[in-house]
Design a protein around this ligand. Structure first.
Ligand code: SAH
Length: 211
């Protein structure tokens, strides 16, 4: 990660509306190339999604930034991420939160993420293979939940695992190209829903792949 390509990435992310300096600093600290295969590592600092194993994608840095900014993570927060991929977003979250739990349905990706996080010395992330739409009841409640795959509706178990005063960011929508990023906040007597921006994510899929 040279100063030039880090700067280029930060400019692209800022241009798309990520202005929270804590989030920008986290993006600056995490080398995205570490989460990509040799084939794509050279393109790590472009603001585009790129292929990873199991037919999945690493998220676009500006979308990672916007979702992280919308979550407004506090230093003591316990965060759940659904859809680890190779663990880039989880690494960004780990710079801002006390503890991150991340769930991935492809065993091979969860393992890869574990190795990458260990290599980067990120010790406050727990990687779990599982169907994240059920959340992690044994670790609930969470202060923040981030879903990085698109659901038809915010999954009920995840809403239930949100602490009062906590919030969840999730892309919703059935079609491949019409999805909306929404922020759900849990209040004393219910949930408040806010639409953030149009996005495009791979779908949230049921079950686990032992690949
Ligand atoms: N957060 C990743 C983006 C990964 S793409 C990053 O930082 O780049 C979304 C991921 O969600 C894929 O790896 C996909 O396998 C995973 N996924 C889809 N449905 C899931 C489910 N029900 N439970 C857990 N992971 C799921």
């Amino acid at each position: 990660m040279t100063p030039e390509n880090t700067m280029r990435l930060l400019v692209a992310v800022r241009t798309r509306g990520v202005l929270d300096t804590r989030v920008l600093t986290a993006i600056e600290q995490v080398d995205r190339a570490a989460f990509l295969s040799d084939t794509f590592a050279a393109r790590a600092y472009e603001d585009v999604p790129l292929p990873i194993a199991a037919g999945q994608t690493i998220s676009q840095p500006s979308i990672v930034g916007l979702m992280t900014q919308a979550l407004d993570i506090q230093p003591r927060d316990k965060v759940l991420e659904v859809g680890t991929g190779t663990g880039y977003q989880a690494a960004i979250l780990s710079k801002l939160a006390r503890r991150v739990y991340t769930v991935e349905r492809h065993r091979a990706l969860a393992r890869q993420a574990r190795d990458i996080h260990a290599g980067l010395g990120l010790t406050n992330i727990t990687q779990i293979t599982g169907d994240g739409s059920f959340g992690l009841p044994e670790q609930a409640p969470f202060d923040r939940i981030l879903v990085t795959a698109a659901a038809e509706d915010p999954p009920g178990p995840l809403l239930a695992q949100l602490r009062e005063g906590g919030s969840m960011v999730v892309p919703v929508g059935v079609s491949d190209h019409v999805q909306t990023l929404i922020k759900v906040t849990r209040g004393a007597d219910g949930y408040d829903y806010e639409e953030l921006s149009p996005v495009r994510f791979v779908p949230l899929v049921e079950g686990v792949e032992h690949d």
